[in-house]
Write a protein that binds this ligand. Structure first.
Ligand code: C2E
Ligand code: MG
Ligand code: MG
Ligand code: MG
Length: 262
């Protein structure tokens, strides 16, 4: 449904802009050749340790530089890529490119978003292994970002895959934590390193709100389980100060740095 809606919106958008293009031209059709035409690129957004604002990682965020439409955000084309299966090739390229670029940085980690379809492929472990081997990146400097729903689909298989990924030496983060339908009981089953608290909870933390209670509770629980916590979407000094004062380990957001090309 998501993808169909995007196609419709795209069609409407095109019609409003200029004379109708050939009727078969859809975002999805254009996406098929985007990788080969080298229209995809990674931008990076920094993550900072909260205590001293030292940069500790950069998250790779995919962008599509469309020749006519300009920069297209992943929210628009990832659902299409998921639906068509293109995400597998795109995701492999993202992992390879991110590892290759990170290998040239001094010290900081790279975080890479993984899609559900990519994660459920039997060769996912091999794809990660190859990206590390080809780039020479130390495994400890790669963190993959998964979502709760990806783990919940078949928890036993996911737990086994995560153990194999951990055995490579990489880190594992849960992205958008708190927005999924997972049970907290699962947190202890998976070998995780980081919970990234979704930006929807961070928005109102500085004004005493229900989110204040939710975020402080997530931080306490994570630390009790030996996990680190990242606050996503930090836009104000107040949000940053709140997360620092409540021992959130790292922060990411427009206040500290926007996604930008390499
Ligand atoms: P995400 O992984 O949760 O990434 C964070 C998103 O929040 C990014 O949007 C980032 O630009 C945005 N953001 C960062 N700081 C702030 C802030 O202070 N305020 C606000 N309002 N937003 C902020 P972006 O780059 O548009 O990416 C959207 C989503 O697309 C990502 O969410 C991720 O789920 C997905 N995505 C991005 N790159 C990839 C990729 O290479 N592969 C896959 N499978 N998914 C990707
Ligand atoms: Mg992410
Ligand atoms: Mg997120
Ligand atoms: Mg998000």
């Amino acid at each position: 449904y998501e993808a169909k809606r995007d196609r419709l919106e795209f069609a409407v958008f095109r019609d409003a802009l200029e004379p109708a293009p050939s009727s078969t031209l859809t975002l999805e059709a254009a996406l098929h050749g985007a990788l080969a035409r080298q229209e995809l690129e990674l931008h990076y957004q920094p993550l900072f340790r909260t205590s001293d604002r030292v940069m500790i990682a950069k998250e790779a965020l995919l962008r599509w530089r469309h020749p006519e439409l300009g920069l297209i955000s992943p929210a628009q084309f990832i659902p299409l890529a998921e639906e068509s299966g293109l995400i597998v090739a795109i995701g492999t390229w993202v992992l390879q490119q991110a590892c290759r670029q990170a290998a040239t940085w001094p010290g900081v980690r790279v975080a890479v978003n993984i899609s559900a379809r990519q994660f459920s492929r039997p060769d996912f472990l091999a794809v990660v292994e190859r990206a590390l081997a080809c780039s020479g990146l130390e495994p400890a400097r790669l963190e993959i970002e998964l979502t709760e729903s990806m783990l919940m689909r078949s928890p036993d298989a996911a737990a086994e895959l995560l153990r194999s990924l951990k055995a490579l030496g990489i880190r594992i983060a849960i992205d958008d934590f708190g927005t999924g339908y997972s049970s907290l009981a699962y947190l202890k089953r998976f070998p995780l390193d980081t919970l990234k608290v979704d930006q929807s909870f961070v928005r109102d933390i500085a004004q005493a709100s229900q989110d204040t209670a939710i975020v402080t509770t997530i931080i306490h629980m994570a630390h009790a389980l030996g996990l680190e916590v990242t606050g996503e979407g930090v836009e104000t000094e107040e949000q940053w100060a709140f997360l620092r004062d409540h021992a959130c380990d790292s922060v990411q957001g427009y206040l500290l740095g926007r996604p930008a090309p390499e």
